[in-house]
Write a protein that binds this ligand. Sequence first.
Ligand code: OGA
Ligand code: NI
Length: 330
Amino acid sequence: MLVHSKPPAMEQLSKPNHHRAAFIPLIDLSKPDTKAQLVRACEDFGFFKVINHGVPADLIRDLESEALRFFSLPLSVKAQAGPPDPFGYGDKKIGHNGDVGWLEYLLLTTNSSADYHKFSAIFGLAAEKFRCLVNKYIAAVRKMACEILEMVAEGLRIQQRDAFSKLLMDEQSDSVFRVNHYPPIPGFLESDGRNLIGFGEHTDPQIISVLRSNNISGLQISLKDGRWISVPPDHNSFFINVGDSLQVMTNGRFKSVKHRVVANGSKSRLSMIYFGGPPLSEKIAPLASLMQGEEDSLYKEFTWFEYKKSAHKSKLAVNRLGLFEKIVAS
Ligand code: OGA
Ligand code: NI
């Protein structure tokens, strides 16, 4: 049973253990056989870094500069693209349960242009370019995420190679794209040791998250023993998170990784995250082929819609999957 600390709202955080950062698993997607390595990373960390991922560097760079251009606009202008209900611009407030962080962000849908009008007013003609770059970028990272999920399925010896990836490829896939901007903190002094929370600790509820950030530090992950480690940023790589849904589909064999962002203070951090989710009506349950012998599901049955609704009602730091765990008589 995980013990959850109270949600950190703009407060001092425990110091991460920097010496262990080197242990973050590194997967080279150009190597022929990384299945076993991928499975191990999903089991041990729920988190890993990928290199030689095939997403064009100029696409990443162009999207990053469009996003920075948007965030450099006056707040009064950006606010016209808000509130994030669920898509649009948000500032400091994350969700509807009192979570706040030192960030501003854009939440975009991946499969329609429903929120397009919010941005067109602000960007003028450039809105089209932004959306076009977002679409290309999402297509590229989704492809990579699917390749990873297929190798993972093979590594788990699941007959159906696309058991996970087909959920992301489904036309009804409920995936989200998020751009987070952590601005410098005015008057921040490196020496006073304060740590402002950028994005409070949480696990991502979807199947898989693909994160790319600029070269500014801030992301931390929690190890199984509860210690926090800093993830050294690398703008040429992607970081992959196992989400709650993948934890359930593997009946707890994979762990969704707890993570957070500490505001860097002096420099602006930009991250872009693709959250690969299933269709709303999809039942999230352990895959039959992964159940051994008499093994029972650790979770109650639920759809992605039900889980998402429940997760949105709770604070970030709450163990949101806890509500769906079966109570096992001991
Ligand atoms: C998130 C998240 C990390 C980051 O948006 O779910 O964990 O680096 N973001 O912005
Ligand atoms: Ni996250």
